[in-house]
Design a protein around this ligand. Structure first.
Ligand code: SAM
Length: 354
């Protein structure tokens, strides 16, 4: 048992900003999406014929809405597509260099990567709209997500531990910034839905000595949250509750509910369901905190978030959303959105007040 006196500090801010490391890691998706667009979807050839609105282009590419957003947002962020009068068109850069058969076309060069494993996987995911690990032919189940009817890696001890601890590196860096950015003065109970390691809760508990927290997640994941609570010396104020946020009762009466990196794992109807359920469970006057990344409201960048969106798309049933999309969800749940407060690694907090 770790006493509070020799507990690890969850409030230790990194001396250097790890954001570029995450950007380099996610950068592979830029290459995959560009190559897919050029060599598998003939996207630039199609748009050379005529600009198309999102729905028509999506139909022409035979993509469902989520993969179409991931692909087209990334290409807009790369400066290859632009929206004019509601239609997507080639930018001068794409028109000069990516239209098949053009005098300065670089498409065959990009096509050198057409059959590489990463590109082929991305093309399959875009076409099927299913995350890695979710097919019956694949072992293990999808990472980070659980709902009735899907094969989830979060239900088996070893894979739940593997994926949960994988997020600890980011959480340890970002949590001190979150604890600094969000004042919980006066709050008595924090509910951390899908809390994973619980590190964000542990940092908030260390920062706010009168606060108590509930970390709500799948039972196998909570084993790690319990170990971490010991390391950070907050076990006496941190309760672990196992459940399914879509089906089980959300503990009622918290002043603050945290959805840290949760909604980006889900498609819009599931996001709305979670936001609605959290809003109903909040105490009057309470806050729902969406801690996540935010695309521009026009869904045309920034590029690092657009590439992270492809990563989220690959692993889960979600993607990155814009501030406007999240504000719409909060408003539909009867909450009043507040301005976004940045934390670290492109993340920020968007609060909705009940
Ligand atoms: C991407 S992780 C985020 C973890 C942590 N909040 C963070 O920011 O690092 C998503 C978390 O949601 C949990 N989760 C997914 N589906 C869930 C469900 N239906 N009910 C409860 N928790 C769920 C996962 O087990 C996982 O810990």
């Amino acid at each position: 048992m770790n006493s509070a006196a020799n507990a690890a500090a969850a409030l230790h801010r990194p001396e250097t900003d790890p954001t570029p490391i995450f950007e380099h890691f996610r950068g592979m998706h830029g290459s995959e999406l560009l190559t897919a667009a050029v060599a598998h979807f003939d996207l630039f050839g199609r748009l050379q014929q005529q600009p198309l609105d999102f729905a028509s282009l999506r139909q022409a590419l035979q993509l469902e809405e989520r993969p179409a957003h991931v692909l087209l947002t990334a290409l807009r962020a790369m400066g290859l597509l632009q929206e004019t009068d509601g239609k997507l068109a080639l930018t001068p850069l794409a028109a000069e260099h990516l239209v098949p058969g053009g005098p300065l076309d670089c498409g065959d060069y990009i096509g050198l990567a057409a059959q590489t494993p990463g590109v082929l996987t991305m093309v399959r995911l875009l076409k099927t709209n299913r995350p890695l690990g979710s097919d019956d032919s694949e072992e293990g189940g999808a990472a980070f997500i659980y709902r009735d009817g899907i094969k989830s890696a979060m239900e088996a001890e070893a894979s739940a531990r593997h994926f949960t601890l994988a997020l600890a590196g980011r959480a340890k860096n970002v949590a001190p910034h979150l604890a600094e950015a969000v004042s919980l003065a006066g709050a008595k109970l924090l509910l951390d839905i899908g809390g994973g390691t619980g590190i964000y809760s542990h940092a908030l508990l260390q920062k706010n000595p009168d606060l108590k927290a509930i970390v709500f997640d799948r039972p196998e994941v909570l084993k790690i949250a319990g170990e971490m609570a010991e390391q950070y010396g907050v076990t006496d104020r941190c309760q672990l509750v196992g459940g399914d946020m879509f089906a089980d009762e959300i503990p009622a009466g918290a002043d603050v509910i945290l959805l840290s990196n949760i909604l980006h794992d889900w498609d819009k109807p599931e996001c709305q369901q979670v936001v609605d359920r959290c809003a109903a469970a909040l105490a009057p006057g309470g806050r729902l905190l969406i801690h996540d990344v935010f695309l521009d409201d026009a869904l045309d960048g920034p590029l690092p978030i657009a590439l992270y969106s492809a990563s989220l798309f690959s692993f889960t049933e979600g993607r990155a959303y814009s501030g406007a999309e999240y504000r719409e969800m909060l408003t539909a749940a009867g909450l009043t959105p507040q301005p976004i407060v940045p934390t670290l690694v492109h993340c920020g907090v968007l609060a909705g007040v009940k």
